[in-house]
Design a protein around this ligand. Structure first.
Ligand code: PLP
Length: 472
């Protein structure tokens, strides 16, 4: 092809323009965080109203970048629910923090694919190293380190970690000759929906939800009974998920007795600590994780309560060989000397996706910027604020706290009855200044108050109490 026939390459923003808009956007984010309390916590736009503001067709020619920033305010912001608002008491937290956002920016600028060690050694080695740090910081079994038999890997979500563990457990059982159609997975009735979903996607035909005790924790004798009855019917128990901090009430399944059963019965034990695992950075919560040395895999989400913005889910295995045995596939274009030497970790073999972001930079920078003490102080502060609110609820005859609150979630009802609970849930959510989650426990309404946004302070919790007091 003659040179004159070459098509024109695209025009990029110049370095100067990139700097200018980049600085403006950092200012925009900082201003957003400064003014967030003046914004209604939840977006109130009606369905389709954001799309109505968008042109029907994509632009043929590039637009001035300043227009894009303008539309952030005009089109995007009205449709944003402010998870970073200090009066965010809904679901669980999904915290962003300054060091995490800056790391995210750098990761995007580097734009690396860390699928193999050789495709960016720093991405792999920092990830392995920081996840080994966390084993010590949270007093997890030392075999879980990459320098030992196991290892940690970052995934997008706890759902992915759990799905991966279900797939590996199934693969191991198939290697023992178990027919996949006979495999059974167990979790409690309070388990997160991701376990049922993961088991369904992984091809388990039988999923048993085991009843819980009065503390919402898995009933061990019911687990034993379910195992016995399935075996009597010719089915093969394969997988048990225990939850450390359920989504409903933060109940803790008894890991040690469940682990002992799993050892006796040769079952894969996965622990889902998506939310509460973060608290283990403080020694005083670690009695809840007693028995982890009996566990095969474990997940928790720094993107919930450790100030690393979504996505950043940690997945540990006690022994990495079954994981790699199940998930490693080597097409010729990925062959390389470093992998063949066996001296490196190729994280593509540790999860379903091939391509992977440099997520560990966020986790590394958050830990370094806050220090362990900074992270501990946030957890302790939120737990103390929760305790304070729980005491107020308990000492007021209009309310009853319906479950233990070992972390920073308190669940309560109105003693006047279900209708009173329901209308309080709605009345408080009707206020623009706060958001919480109306939910259900044992088929009856309850209210969940999750205190975990990084800038929530006692003033916000006291204001919430005043609102409860006024509207109840
Ligand atoms: C939040 C939560 C999950 C889901 O986490 P994702 O990272 O969104 O998949 C799973 N289990 C528990 C106990 C949770 O609280």
């Amino acid at each position: 092809m003659a040179e004159s026939e070459l098509p024109q390459p695209p025009e990029h923003l110049s370095s100067e323009e990139f700097r200018k808009h980049g600085h403006a956007l950092i200012d925009w984010i900082a201003d957003y965080w400064d003014r967030i309390e003046d914004l209604p916590v939840e977006s109130s736009v009606s369905p389709g109203s954001v799309r109505e503001l968008l042109p029907p067709e994509a632009p043929q020619k590039g637009e001035p970048f300043a227009d894009l920033i303008r539309d952030l305010d005009e089109i995007v912001m009205p449709g944003i629910t402010h998870w970073q608002h200090p009066s965010w008491f809904s679901f669980f937290p999904a915290n962003a923090s300054p060091p995490s956002v800056l790391a995210e920016l750098v990761s995007a600028g580097l734009g690396v694919q860390g699928m193999l060690w050789s495709t960016s050694p720093a991405a792999t080695e920092i990830e392995s190293h920081v996840l080994d740090w966390l084993v010590d910081l949270m007093d997890l079994p030392s075999e879980w380190k990459t320098t030992s038999l196991g290892g940690g890997v970052l995934q997008m979500s706890a759902s992915d970690s759990t799905h991966t563990s279900l797939v590996v457990a199934r693969h191991q059982a198939m290697k023992r000759g178990v027919n996949p159609t006979a495999m059974v997975a167990y979790a409690s009735t309070q388990t997160h929906s991701s376990i049922q979903k993961g088991a369904t996607v992984a091809g388990y035909r039988h999923i048993r939800l085991i009843p819980v005790d009065d503390k919402q924790a898995m009933d061990i004798s019911a687990l034993r009974a379910a195992l016995a009855s399935d075996k009597a019917e010719g089915l093969v128990p394969v997988f048990v998920a225990a939850t450390l901090g359920t989504t409903g009430t933060t109940a803790v399944d008894p890991i040690r007795p469940i682990g002992e059963i799993c050892q006796e019965e040769n079952l894969w034990l996965h622990v889902d600590a998506a939310y509460a695992g973060n608290a283990m950075i403080c020694p005083e919560f670690r009695h809840h994780q007693d028995g982890l040395e009996l566990v095969d895999s474990y997940t928790f989400n720094p993107h919930k309560w450790l100030m690393v913005n979504f996505d950043c889910s940690v997945f540990y295995v006690a022994d990495r060989s079954p994981l790699i045995d199940c998930l490693s596939i080597l097409p010729p274009y990925l062959k390389n000397e470093a992998s063949e030497s066996g001296a490196v970790i190729d994280y593509r073999d540790w999860h379903v996706p091939l391509g992977r972001r440099f997520r560990s930079l966020k986790l590394w920078w958050v830990i370094r910027s806050y220090g362990v003490e900074g992270l501990q102080s946030m957890i302790r502060y939120h737990v103390a604020l929760t305790e304070r609110l729980a005491e107020k609820l308990k000492s007021d005859p209009r309310f009853e706290v319906v479950a233990p609150h070992p972390f920073a979630l308190v669940c309560f009802r109105c003693t006047a009855g279900d209708e009173a609970t329901q209308s309080l849930a709605e009345a408080v959510n009707g206020s623009p200044n706060v958001a919480w989650t109306g939910s259900e426990l044992d088929g009856r309404p309850m209210i969940r108050v999750s205190i975990g946004q990084r800038t929530t302070d006692e003033g916000h919790v006291d204001a919430l109490w005043d609102l409860i007091d006024e509207l109840a």
